[in-house]
Design a binder for this molecule. Structure first.
Ligand code: MOS
Length: 744
């Protein structure tokens, strides 16, 4: 609605929606450059060993082929591990493409064919002949579990498991009721719509403009300048649109390196796009083994929590995630013990995937809680409520806010949980068994340092920018909304820019912290502009606001109005004209209030209720109804917020029932590397999903009070589905995904 001010919390359409659905939004592989060359990656066919021979002659003989880059002819660089370490790199020695003849995983890039067209490059790549001297590999987590070891913490934000409290093993042994089970989850690969791609424009002066699919332009810029010995101002990274990422775009992937290297060698512009198959040749959610043991009194009070996990990692980096810590955080229990280890395999390093660690840990914990509820003959929701905690016992701190009780209550009411028959297989519809399950979710509410710039023009248009990203999460919309609300402008008069290293820096888009971090910077910078406008409005000759203070006015409809008498107003344009200010500009950087925040545990919570229908003859599971109740602080943009949760629930359905990358351990290679065989939910798999945001106020997390919603929506979904499947069928499946063969 033109002219109408937008408030924080309103549900508005995506400001970038039209550009996206009309094809005007440009993605990394869609930027053109004069004389652009195309690279095609040749991938290793073996998992471990050395390249014995690499024959590129047939490829080079193809007309249109310009170069074939290999470890044998690549330029000299600073190959120190340290240069390759990006913002999200775990401890270890990052993979360096084309470094030498060593093969460390199947699918590793071994050559880049560069040609005048994509088709020529692809054809020529098929003519590159590589032979290997193979070595024995191990890719099976089960075979390496015994050799798992403590992880080296390296990545910012990784919290090693807390120290044990009480004596969990003793308490477990003595507990009146107990469950003790192992849960397994497979490797899962990112399958965003947009494949990873980089277009490097080689500028005449040798500077590079890089269009990259990334969750953080600064990260790519730093990585490229470190690796190639360039000054950061010679490397501009641009990424206005990202066709899905959720972890796969946190670290610069090898196509960035290869495209830049080719551009540097050839002094030409080069694009490298990975194929869908090659999307399975870098990070993934790691296959993980977990044990959860719970002990309780006969009344259902938790006496012991033991949570152990082993995740796979590569031989060269320790990928770590927070899998087990949540268990003693979510429920009241005085005896808790955790263990987290990694097992090295001959694979590429795993990578964050939406709510990394938490989805796995909560799958196991919330499945175990469900198992305990049956052992106790207690309602699963009643069991959670009986063990509700008002305090984080891991760190012995209060929560900055925690409306999980409201999530349980509102979610259960909307779902109709009280009509649930407790016994498995008690509810049916014809030949379909009906099951109802629930689970809890939790994720951290984090804030990072971020900066933003705002320029208000005399025509009333506001342009705000920050070098953040929008991986489909709604950043453009949420930031536009925050800016518009502060200056009382219609949405149409506000433009938000992101994804460019010439903008003020922002953190990687990850960890669900963008609204909390960049939103805070946008709020601050717009407030600074507002103050400037107000000063000009006061100074105007005969200003009705001459005596007013900032808290006595409102900004609305392009005017500064006296709150108690809105007819007393000055238009922003008139104030700027009078002050001879054609533009007002501000740049601000905001930091979290670390000292204050450190006094609290800051987290989002959720309660997920699921109905499944299971075909008794075929074992096919349909998720017919989901109610997800979220406590995520203040909601900034209601419509994109809801979409975040919807998308996350869909991904949770995929995790529970479909997603799994299968390794042929003889070959050490992921086999189902396409969307025909790597299954993700389609429309027919998605039915009713209801999202509830419970009111939650929080003045600690950040000045917006928003906790971030990118990840919480997926946490707990797989467990709730698994629990519903048990309720329907009486079969407890402890290894994901729950495919129909496991139910027959
Ligand atoms: Mo997220 S897995 O921090 O993109």
């Amino acid at each position: 609605m033109r002219g109408e001010a937008t408030r924080i919390g309103d549900g508005i359409n995506r400001v970038d929606g039209r550009a996206k659905v009309t094809g005007q939004a440009k993605y990394a592989a869609e930027f053109e450059a004069e004389g652009l060359l195309h690279g095609w990656v040749v991938s290793s066919g073996v998992a471990k060993g050395k390249i014995a021979t690499l024959d590129t002659s047939a490829a080079l003989a193809v007309e249109g082929v310009v170069h074939v880059l290999t470890h044998e002819n690549r330029p000299r660089l600073a190959w120190f591990d340290k240069s390759y370490r990006d913002e999200d790199a775990p401890a270890g020695s990052p993979f360096r493409p084309l470094y030498d003849d060593a093969i460390v995983y199947s699918g590793q890039p071994v050559a880049l064919v560069v040609a005048t067209t994509l088709e020529i490059a692809r054809h020529a790549a098929s003519l590159v002949r590589v032979t290997y001297k193979t070595e024995e590999h191990e890719t099976d987590l089960a075979a390496r579990r015994e050799k798992a070891r403590k992880a080296r913490p390296g990545k910012g934000g990784y919290e090693p498991p807390p120290k044990p409290r009480g004596n969990a093993d003793e308490a477990l042994a003595k507990a009146a009721v107990k469950v003790d089970a192992a849960y397994e989850s497979p490797a899962e690969h990112h399958n965003p719509m947009e494949m990873h791609a980089t277009t490097v424009v080689h500028e005449p002066d040798g500077a590079l403009t890089i269009y990259d699919k990334t969750q953080g332009v600064t990260n790519t810029q730093t990585y490229v300048s470190n690796v190639f010995g360039l000054k950061p101002d010679q490397v501009r990274v641009i990424s206005p649109f990202v066709g899905g990422a959720f972890g796969s775009g946190l670290r610069p992937q090898y196509q960035v390196f290869l495209a830049v290297m080719a551009a540097q060698v050839l002094k030409r512009s080069v694009r490298v796009t990975l194929t869908r198959q090659q999307m399975f040749t870098f990070g993934y959610r790691p296959a993980t083994w977990q044990r959860v043991a719970l002990g309780a009194t006969a009344e259902g009070k938790l006496e012991a929590v033991v949570h152990e996990a082993i995740g796979e990692t590569s031989r060269f980096e320790d990928y770590v995630e927070v899998v087990v810590n949540w268990s003693g955080l979510l429920y009241q229990c005085d005896n808790a013990r955790y263990d987290y280890k990694v097992a090295e395999l001959d694979v590429y390093t795993p990578l964050d995937m939406r709510a990394p660690g938490a989805v796995l840990g909560l799958y196991a914990l919330e499945s175990a809680m469900d198992e305990l509820s049956y052992a106790l003959h207690m309602d699963p929701l009643a069991l959670r409520l009986a063990n509700y905690t008002e305090r984080d016992q891991n760190t012995d701190k209060p929560f900055s806010s925690k409306e999980l009780r409201a999530c349980y209550a509102q979610g259960a009411a909307r779902f109709g949980w009280e009509k649930r028959l407790p016994t498995p297989r008690a509810m049916r519809e014809g030949n379909k068994l009906v099951g109802w399950g629930m689970a809890t979710g939790i994720w951290e509410a984090m804030q990072q340092k971020a900066a933003a710039r705002a320029v208000l023009s005399i025509d009333g248009k506001l342009v705000v920018g920050s070098g953040t990203s929008d991986i489909g999460t709604g950043t453009y919309t949420a930031m536009t909304q925050i800016a518009a609300s502060i200056l009382g402008l219609p949405i149409a008069d506000v433009t938000f820019k992101l994804g460019d290293t010439t903008l003020p820096p922002a953190p990687l888009q990850g960890g669900s912290w963008t609204v909390a971090s960049v939103g805070t910077a946008v709020k601050a910078v717009c407030e600074a502009v507002r103050e400037q406008v107000f000063k000009l409005a006061k100074k105007m000759k005969g200003s009705p606001l001459a005596q007013a203070s900032l808290d006595e006015v409102i900004f609305a409809g392009g005017e500064v109005r006296l709150a108690r008498d809105p007819a007393q107003a000055v238009s922003i344009a008139a104030a700027m004209r009078a002050g001879e200010a054609f533009t007002l500009e501000e740049e601000t950087s905001t930091l979290p209030q670390l000292q204050e925040q450190a006094k609290y545990t800051r987290a989002t919570h959720s309660a997920v209720f699921v109905e499944v229908k299971v075909d008794e003859d075929l074992g096919k599971v349909e998720v017919t109804r989901v109610v997800s109740a979220i406590a995520g602080g203040r909601i900034v943009s209601a419509k994109t917020a809801r979409s975040q949760i919807l998308g996350a629930v869909v991904w949770g359905i995929g995790m529970a029932l479909e997603e799994e990358t299968l390794m042929d351990h003889d070959l050490g290679r992921f086999m189902n590397h396409n969307l025909a065989e790597y299954h993700v939910p389609v429309n027919a798999d998605v039915r009713d999903i209801e999202v509830i945001f419970v009111p939650e106020e929080d003045e600690v997390v950040n000045p917006l009070g928003a906790k971030g919603l990118g990840e919480i929506g997926i946490v707990g979904v797989a467990a709730a589905i698994a629990n519903a499947v048990f309720h329907a069928t009486g079969k407890r499946v402890r290894d994901l995904p729950i495919t129909l063969d496991k139910l027959l």
